[in-house]
Write a protein that binds this ligand. Structure first.
Ligand SMILES: C[S@@+](CC[C@H](N)C(=O)[O-])C[C@H]1O[C@@H](n2cnc3c(N)ncnc32)[C@H](O)[C@@H]1O
Length: 237
């Protein structure tokens, strides 16, 4: 094990600074790395959440606020609060125009909200990055009202053998080359590769969410299972 690397990545400053460095290039580079599929995924996210309404909604790990804006348009009647610990990602999010959005700089594993005060909590391409995943789910459960909704959109290793082979090859070999040659970056995309390759498969993600008091309501898979959308409801006592 590379102890120096492990110590570095587990520092509380590592990730916020990493995403700060990426902020101004985040959306353009994602377009390039996802071969333009990114827009399709957010469009599908918009369709997936259209049945829900919320007075107050949260968008955890909101980044530059792409999903926050979709939630403001489709779900939130009063307010959607985007939370992220990267100040520079939030600076870009704050340039978005929808009036029902508010952005807060904080760690999503300690949500600054009262118990049972929120109707809808969403996290897109964020869960993979959060190291204290159980703490996060405990917080989501605490702030959600009874029968409130939790939505997660994430990169998941596909189940089909051939697609999984391509998925691993892309993150292990292709992405590092793209990032070195085109973006002159090693560290940022090393983190992305590492988290994508080690994140839960769909059955594991379902087990993880269900190990907290939530019931899975809806699942949608995109691009041969590389992207998963899950809706879960907080259990009613
Ligand atoms: C891959 S980006 C996703 C951004 C956005 N949700 C989207 O769909 O484009 C992950 C974001 O999670 C944030 N993040 C990771 N761990 C976090 C934590 N513990 N608390 C707050 N933000 C976190 C990072 O700063 C980054 O902006």
């Amino acid at each position: 094990m590379d102890i120096e690397k492990t110590e570095k990545t587990s520092s509380p400053f590592y990730l916020p600074l990493l995403f700060d460095r990426l902020a101004t290039k985040y959306e353009k580079r994602n377009q390039c790395m996802t071969l333009g599929f990114m827009n399709y995924w957010y469009k599908e996210y918009g369709k997936f959440i259209v049945d829900y309404t919320a007075e107050i909604a949260l968008d955890l790990c909101c980044g530059t606020g792409i999903c926050t804006e979709i939630i403001a348009e489709k779900v939130a009647l009063k307010k959607v609060v985007g939370i992220d610990f990267s100040k520079r990602m939030l600076k870009i999010a704050n340039q978005r125009k929808h009036k029902n959005m508010l952005f807060i700089c904080d760690d999503v594993t300690h949500l600054p909200f009262e118990n049972e005060s929120i109707d809808y909590v969403s996290i897109s391409f964020g869960l993979r990055n959060v190291q204290q995943k159980h703490e996060l789910m405990t917080e989501v459960h605490r702030v959600l009202k009874s029968q409130g909704v939790f939505i997660c959109m994430e990169i998941t290793p596909p189940s089909n053998f051939f697609t999984l082979f391509l998925f691993k090859a892309y993150f292990k070999y292709v992405l590092p080359v793209i990032s070195k040659v085109f973006f002159h970056e090693k560290e940022l995309y090393g983190w992305l590769s590492q988290t994508a390759l080690t994140f839960y498969s769909l059955p594991q993600l379902v087990r993880f969410i269900s190990s907290h008091p939530f019931t899975i309501k809806k699942i949608k898979r995109l691009n041969w299972g590389i992207i998963t959308l899950i809706a879960a409801q907080k259990n009613h006592y």
